[in-house]
Design a protein around this ligand. Sequence first.
Ligand SMILES: [Zn+2]
Length: 241
Amino acid sequence: MKEQLRFLNALQEIDSAIAKKIELIESIPKKISSIEHRLKDALLLYDKEKQKYEALEKKKKDKERSLDDVSERIKKLKVRTSEIKNNKEYQAHLKEIASVQKEQSALEDEILLSMESSDAAMKDLKRVENKVHAEKETLEEYKKKLAGEIVVAEKELAELRLRRAESVKHIDNDAYELYLKMLESKGGLAVVEARDEICLGCNMSIPPQLFVELKKNEKIMQCPQCGRILFWRGDGDAGES
Ligand SMILES: [Zn+2]
């Protein structure tokens, strides 16, 4: 029976290691998607900044076109100056030129401001573009690293499963059934150490009489509280064998 307990304990260690490996492998897609999310956010921001920049550029171009129109109007007005005969008409004509020139000067100021806004937006766009590149690079590196981790973890998992199959061969049917039942119902922990009259699975006390029995390691005993299979490691290092 002492042997059985040792094999059960070994099986528990293998099953715990298997559970940990599976958890690690399953956590990888979630890790990747969190980085993908960061890239997606950066791309959304990039689109927003691009639209902002393009709107400002369009505004600037519209103003430049208006400026061309105004300049053309001034040119035409100036050509007409020589055709004007009387003074009253001439004064009105000069006034019109002055008014259009004022419009021209206002447009020039607006274009300067537009250029500044557009340049600032271009800088923002560049900054976000760099962020997108950086996130893409991070994602690629991370994916490569995790792909390597998966390969290693799956290899280790396959080895653990081989060891498990070997280990199960040594365990009696009844003991194995009990083990599986406990493994399933107790969160993957079926075999636990009993130390100082405490079950390390549920942390409840084990009655002294039971603990005395347990220390003999002669039969498979369950914690009266949680039902897990108990084993006693022994006093000090020598007790383990
Ligand atoms: Zn317990």
